[in-house]
Design a protein around this ligand. Sequence first.
Ligand code: GCV
Length: 714
Amino acid sequence: MKLFLALLILLFTFNVLTADDGYRLWLKYDKIHDVQKLETYQSVLQGILVTGDSLTGAIIQNELENGLNGLLDKKVPIIRDIQDNCIIAGTIENIRSMVNIDFENEMNAIGNEGYLILNYNISNNDIIIITANTDIGVLYGTFHFLRLLQTLQDIDVLNIIESPRIQLRVLNHWDNLDRTVERGYAGFSLWNWQKLPDYIHPYYHEYARANASIGINGTVLNNVNANALILTPLYLNKVKALADVFRPYGIKVYLSIRFSAPIDIGGLPVSDPLDEEVRQWWKDKAQEIYKLIPDFGGFLVKANSEGQPGPQNYGRSHADGANMLADALKPFGGVVMWRAFVYDANDKEDRAKQAYNEFKPLDGKFRDNVLIQVKNGPIDFQPREPFHPLFGGMPETPLMMEFQITQEYLGFSTHLVYLATLYEEVLDADTYAKGEGSTVARVIDGSLNNHKLSGIAGVANTGTDRNWTGHLFAQSNWYCFGRLAWDHQLSAEKIADEWIRMSLTNDDAAVRSIQSIMMKSRENTVNYMTPLGLHHIMGWDHHYGPAPWIKDKHRDDWTSVYYHRADSIGIGFDRTKTGSNAVSQYHEPAADTFAALETCPDEYLIWFHHVPWDYKLKSGKTLWDELCYHYYNGTQAVAEMQKKWADLQDKIDPEIFNHVTSMMKIQYKEAVWWRNACALYFQTFSNQPIPEDLEKPDKTLEYYQNLSFPFAPK
Ligand code: GCV
């Protein structure tokens, strides 16, 4: 035993065994292994000069120091004067006082958050300059520069000019005041409300730092199913403490509000948005907040949705509600992010149509500091949905994207699903609102309809788990959300490559292998969960696992049969003219393409059509057979992914390797569960055998129907 311990200590001392618990995310700064690159970097980075004395300046200096010392495995000194082979970081104003440079045009073009990274020669000194109009821009540039080293890029001809395409890049935390997280699968809420404002947990800084490294500039701290208490002085002081931590990282704090707050905590009899007392209450509340938090971002609102109160309780419209809040925030520069996720169980209209029907008539009726926040698809973050028709339907209003980073419908935090391909698919989708090329990305970045305000939100997947996100690979979803929010033109592939190199390995072959796992992962999951346009067939309430049999609940639109409509003839929701005509909410030619069975992409087939079991798809196979093959292929792909991962054992940190291996075992088990349960259930309608060459489920349908998970997270 003693010998074993001694050996272990020896192994650790010489760094033979490393153990990485994932806490450091993509900002590890471990020594670069590529000797040539290491030597080059060491020779051109011999001093760090950071100008300015703001808190952000200190963060920049710290980041450069830690980054370079770690990556280059040597102490790079902090210097006061320019010398050969140094890096200088500072605002253009500060840099100009030291170096005779101009860059007038570039500086005008990059705005408040953009930056330049350049090689420069001054009095025979070769230097690298990171500069921007603001110190937050310099911070973003610093992270970009470090990323170049982390991913082994050349740094001898740098001419980088960057600025974000979207203005508000925010995380939405569905975190409750009791620290549970709705649809959170990575532990408890990061915000320790009980200990705030006095105890500042170190990970508040780490959280802000990680967000800044990918350009996220806002965070909505609390759940959209909001508790009004967040607006009481007790909680506002806690919110202030977090805002103070986040500010130097360029992150503004926002809050979800409960529309009935004037009643709940204000003692008023109503929360009618046209009532003068109510309006005044919100104005006073805004003033109180801004006194504590001068750069407060604004409010996020879920109103008249899934039981939340809202203006319709008083016969008023969403515009009345949003405008009242906008008026209260306007004097202080705040915005309202008003969600379009509305549907009503009493409305007999197809749920997929309801948000459009409700919001389209309000286009142009909102104040200029209101954004309408629209989920990527018309139902609810399903593994695949067509883009939300509202993106092509409200040209007079700035629309924000709402993506889900937490994997409510995509395997919680045990399935490896890289979401950048989903985000990319939606952002690249063409709404045709102003002819070809009217992509969703151009709607939300404001360029299509010339809006000054633009925004994108991601429902966060963070929690108190040591690795922040439960599954190590779920970190890549936080990462890719930020990167795409900054620049929606980046490809999912490129972002995966960056993330892998920063988080796992720089070994080229291993990078390619992991990248291929990631790039296929979302399609695999669609295949073993909801292929060919199926949607909303997951477990009741907690949404864990398959349950296509759910019916006869108090709300039709919360059952599975409402969506798949399987019968002896076929399966799918007819959303063409003969059905709900949801296709009519899209512009031509998208509407016609979706509407015709022959042209509708297989991916959306049974989203838009009720298709006979024997209908021949483009592959020549019948719908029933294709459905089976998709389920089986998806599951098989998980087995292949496991194999690929197993082959990487000697390239990956052992702790991470084992963690991911275990997660993949669960994923495989659950993929088989989805496949078998769905194939057996839909077979009761198709009355056809599972194709000969496919292995038959080893359990009965009843077995799957009887599974119950009373404590699954939700
Ligand atoms: C925060 C879905 C989720 C809910 C979520 C809601 C929303 O219905 O299941 O947990 O509530 O969307 O986005 O408001």
